[in-house]
Design a protein around this ligand. Structure first.
Ligand code: HEM
Length: 393
């Protein structure tokens, strides 16, 4: 089965043929820019923990695969993911409290209810067929992050379509520009409303906290809320669809998952490792000469950290191509590594566990309706996944 599975996600696949871990190598991006590609687990972790590497997208050396990255408005503050020390640490700590184990435990019943409601609706379809992306994978994480942030879910079509354009590898640069501007204007207005009428949601609590500490900055909060809104639904949704497909195609793994004690925990980690859907976001630029994997990366050089190759490094994962839900361990780097490691990882894990557990328990006859070769994989996006997944039951 595994042989016929689609090639592993790599948003740089047009220009970077590095899908296996190997020595540090120079690659030329579609934009013509030459950068380093780190693909061994140890090299990727070294880059992501070395202060000689910056996350500043405005640095001209930062990898820009298509040459079409749209810059933020000059007034805009960089979002957390694009910050370096000394700004990054305090900015991250200020919002960390929103993602604690305690807060997530409180959120669990609501996530379960959202999943159940969507499955009720899907199972009520008379034809017993649906697009799983539309019925479940997209709306669940989207609704969860909207409720957490205090963003009206009724506007989801607006911000989902704009995020899709922003994360596309083929959209015209002017469309990406206007999508970013429209999204930013939308979040800006929302934050302003919450400034004058306090709300008990992440944005509202951040306003109150920073005002009390005398550190409130409207533009910084707009950048953070925008990042969370995009990251919160574009990532987990793809893991739901591609994870469901992988489990349906490997029924022995699905059976192991269903038989396991703590059913979905290991499976979720393994699916995250296997697909590493967001390796694009962990790119860096060197700000000082430094040695990685035996080569000198010069200040100003861009570095792609190919998390997907690294997560298939046989030095770390035995028989890495095999999906093995009993593999155990969290030493994959699907959520990145080091200071910028995914802030929403525990929320994503919780959503994925609840979705897989509930979906395969409630719909044991679930099957994919079209051959693999006809499935629309997101080869055109910076975050891998599926545009749609036709299923029946
Ligand atoms: C399966 C789902 C997800 C995957 C695979 C994923 C992946 C990643 C990765 C690889 C990074 C590291 C970026 C870097 O090193 O520069 C990251 C950072 C981040 N993620 Fe996620 N993510 C997921 C879900 C989420 C969710 C649900 C949220 C929000 C609620 C979120 C919010 C963030 C934020 C805010 C950062 C930046 C953290 C920082 O720079 O300190 N992510 N994510």
């Amino acid at each position: 089965m595994q042989d016929s599975f689609p090639p592993r996600a790599c948003p740089f696949h047009d220009e970077v043929s590095v899908t296996e871990p190997g020595p540090m190598t120079r690659v030329t991006l579609l934009s013509g820019q030459e950068v380093w590609a780190a693909s061994r687990h140890a090299d990727v972790r070294a880059v992501l923990t070395d202060p000689a590497f910056s996350s500043d997208r405005a640095n001209p050396g930062f990898p820009n695969p298509t040459g079409r990255r749209v810059a933020q408005d000059r007034r805009a503050k960089p979002s957390l993911i694009a910050m370096d020390p000394p700004e990054h640490g305090p900015a991250r700590r200020a919002v960390l409290g929103e993602f604690t184990v305690k807060r997530l435990a409180a959120l669990r019943p609501r996530i379960q209810q959202i999943v159940d409601d969507h499955l009720d609706r899907m199972l009520a379809i008379e034809s017993r067929t649906a697009d799983l992306v539309e019925a479940l994978a997209q709306p669940v994480p989207s609704l969860v992050i909207c409720e957490q942030l205090g963003v009206p879910y009724d506007d989801h079509e607006f911000f989902q379509s704009r995020s899709k354009t922003l994360l596309s590898r083929s959209a015209a640069v002017e469309d990406m520009r206007s999508s970013l501007d429209e999204l930013r204007a939308y979040v800006d207005k929302l934050v302003s409303e919450k400034e004058s009428a306090p709300t008990d949601d992440l944005i509202g609590r951040q306003i109150a906290k920073h005002r009390a500490e005398g550190t409130y900055d409207h533009e910084a909060l707009v950048s953070l809320a925008l990042l969370l809104l995009i990251a919160g639904h574009e990532t987990t949704a793809n893991m739901i669809s591609i994870g469901t497909l992988a489990l349906l195609r490997q029924p022995e793994q699905l059976a192991l998952l269903m038989a396991g004690q703590d059913r979905t925990t290991g499976a979720v980690e393994e699916l995250l490792r296997q697909f590493t859907i967001a390796e694009f976001v962990t790119s860096r630029v060197a700000v000082a000469d430094t040695e990685i994997g035996g080569v000198t990366v010069k200040a100003g050089d861009g570095v792609l950290t190919l998390g997907n190759a690294a997560n298939h490094d046989p030095a770390v994962f035995a028989d890495p191509e095999r999906l093995d839900v009993t593999r155990g361990g969290r030493n994959h780097i699907a959520f990145g590594y080091g200071a910028h490691q995914c802030l929403g990882q525990n929320l994503a894990r919780e959503e994925l566990r609840i979705v897989f557990d509930t979906l395969f328990t409630r719909v044991p006859t679930l099957r994919v309706d079209v051959p693999l070769s006809e499935l629309p994989f997101k080869d055109d996006a910076t975050i891998y996944g599926l545009h749609s997944l036709p299923v029946s039951w």
